[in-house]
Design a protein around this ligand. Structure first.
Ligand SMILES: *[C@@H]1O[C@H](CO)[C@@H](O)[C@H](O)[C@H]1NC(C)=O
Ligand SMILES: *[C@@H]1O[C@H](CO)[C@@H](O)[C@H](O)[C@H]1NC(C)=O
Ligand SMILES: *[C@@H]1O[C@H](CO)[C@@H](O)[C@H](O)[C@H]1NC(C)=O
Ligand SMILES: *[C@@H]1O[C@H](CO)[C@@H](O)[C@H](O)[C@H]1NC(C)=O
Ligand SMILES: *[C@@H]1O[C@H](CO)[C@@H](O)[C@H](O)[C@H]1NC(C)=O
Ligand SMILES: *[C@@H]1O[C@H](CO)[C@@H](O)[C@H](O)[C@H]1NC(C)=O
Length: 438
């Protein structure tokens, strides 16, 4: 239902057909309003019906601009071929036909576009929540720029939409969109992409490039955790990235890192003491890599500690001995002490305790206890130390100086006695000689 306007239009068509009615001369131009990609060839066909004689055709640009192409006419048809069409061909083309002095003309518009390669989005080091960074997307060979649009997307969500300001577009050109992007926590794990769209008439072309980016923030289900001896522990590690990063778990050790798992899950079944340690979650893809360390502590009641004496045999009185208390396995406070005495040796951080007795006495004999204790339990080992008395040995094997000294002493004493007697006799003689008794 179009009312008055339609009626007017129908009337006008009628009048026109009356004017040209004499010979029913008609002109047909195809294609109308062609939309063609720059660089392609376009052929326009102008055809006349109901003209008994040959027709004169003239092709021209409506604005009298350059109109390249080669035209070729036969009886009642003319073709215009424009090769490698370029932006300068963008115009309205007129086909004029003359038949027996009657002239008709039709116009068609050539709409050019250029929309080529995928948008260029350079590799992004990483996308980290709440950290702003500059992203740039470039599209080359666009025409016309006024019909062009760029969208930045994260997953399906449009982050930003951009239409070039400059409407003048008389050549094929490039366009870059610079986007200062601050990812939100919710965006992590989704692809970032740059979508270029060119909308002309019915043609709606689009190209999307998905950004490649390295792993950013690593999240682990727990980064400092403990597991009970014999129990099960699972830690997961996640990181965002495109292409999807590979995740490996390693355990740091003295002999270098040991591979634990080739996926995001670190699983410890039946935990043992040796599984305590520092584990690394390593995440990497073509763009980059990241890692995060996790401390795992195995907890549980201590193992039974070991107590040892430095001597294989029973120590002798006066000897120097050491008592060693040691523990392997989980962390515990280690103490070494003599039963029913409060003196305790031990450093809670060490896994061995040494007690030195530089000269052992009979009174040092007794029970010594090595004790390992932590929040989960207590374990002890004891040793009964007996000391051999030293006195028996002294009499059985007397030392040389003790035997010789009394001997030397008695010899000298004898000599002294002999000398003394002789001296006394001499004295007696001389006395008797000096003192006349007569
Ligand atoms: C098409 O035209 C462009 C310039 O408009 C030129 O650079 C290109 O070489 C031409 N291509 C062919 C195949 O002639
Ligand atoms: C992200 O893009 C890549 C291609 O670059 C595709 O393989 C992957 O499936 C996409 N991921 C998501 C979550 O859409
Ligand atoms: C462990 O995680 C906490 C919070 O989850 C964080 O504050 C801490 O820095 C992390 N430690 C390491 C070594 O990454
Ligand atoms: C757990 O490990 C201990 C020591 O290696 C072993 O004796 C025990 O049988 C294991 N238990 C299970 C359920 O595998
Ligand atoms: C005990 O003696 C050993 C050597 O025999 C020595 O290395 C250690 O430091 C001594 N410990 C103490 C507590 O004196
Ligand atoms: C320690 O050993 C001595 C000698 O063998 C023994 O007489 C004593 O009863 C032992 N002490 C304990 C508590 O076993």
């Amino acid at each position: 239902m179009c009312g008055v306007k339609c009626i007017t239009f129908a009337l006008w068509i009628n009048i026109l057909s009356v004017i040209t009615g004499e010979n029913n001369f008609q002109l047909n131009l195809t294609p109308l309003n062609a939309v063609i990609h720059v660089g392609k060839d376009l052929e326009l066909t102008c055809e006349v019906t109901n003209c008994k004689n040959n027709v004169d055709f003239v092709w021209k640009a409506a604005l009298d601009q350059f109109l390249g192409g080669e035209s070729e006419s036969e009886k009642n048809v003319s073709r215009l071929l424009i090769r490698n069409i370029s932006v300068k061909h963008s115009d309205t083309v007129v086909c004029k036909a003359t038949c027996q002095g009657n002239q008709l003309q039709k116009m068609t518009k050539i709409n050019m576009f250029s929309f080529p390669e995928d948008p260029i989005l350079p590799k992004i080091k990483s996308l980290i929540a709440n950290q702003e960074q500059e992203l740039k997307c470039t599209v080359h060979n666009i025409y016309p720029l006024k019909s062009f649009q760029i969208q930045w997307l994260r997953g399906d969500k449009i982050l930003r939409e951009e239409e070039p300001d400059e409407a003048t577009s008389d050549h094929v050109q490039s366009y870059s969109s610079v986007f200062n992007y601050t990812p939100s926590v919710n965006d992590l794990g989704k692809n970032i992409s740059c979508k270029a769209t060119l909308k002309i008439d019915t043609i709606n072309q689009e190209r999307t490039t998905t950004g490649e980016y390295g792993p950013g923030t690593i999240t682990v289900s727990s980064n400092d955790t403990s597991v009970k001896l014999g129990e099960h522990l699972e830690i997961t590690c996640h990181a965002d990235g495109n292409p999807k990063p590979t995740i490996f778990w390693w355990k740091l050790g003295e002999a270098g890192p040991e591979l634990q798992s080739q996926n995001h899950k670190l699983t410890i079944n039946n935990a043992t003491w040796s599984q305590t340690g520092c584990y690394l979650c390593k995440v990497s893809n073509d763009v980059g890599s990241q890692q995060m360390s996790v401390n795992v502590t195995v907890v549980g009641p201590p193992n039974i500690p070991k107590i040892q004496l430095s001597h294989r045999e029973e120590p002798k009185e006066g000897e120097s001995i050491s008592i060693l208390c040691s523990l392997d396995g989980g962390p515990a406070e280690l103490k070494l002490y003599r039963q029913s005495q409060s003196n305790v040796t031990g450093d809670p951080k060490k896994s061995t305790v040494l007690l030195n007795i530089s000269s052992i006495q009979i009174t040092d004999a007794g029970i010594y206890i090595c004790e390992a204790k932590n929040d989960f339990g207590i374990e002890r080992s004891t040793i009964n130390i007996t000391v051999q008395a030293a006195q028996h040995d002294f009499w059985r094997k007397p030392d040389l100086p003790v035997v010789i000294l009394p001997a030397v002493g008695s010899v000298s004493l004898l000599t002294a006695a002999v000398l003394l007697i002789r001296h006394c006799r001499k004295q007696a003689k001389s006395v008797s000689g000096n003192i006349p008794l007569d």
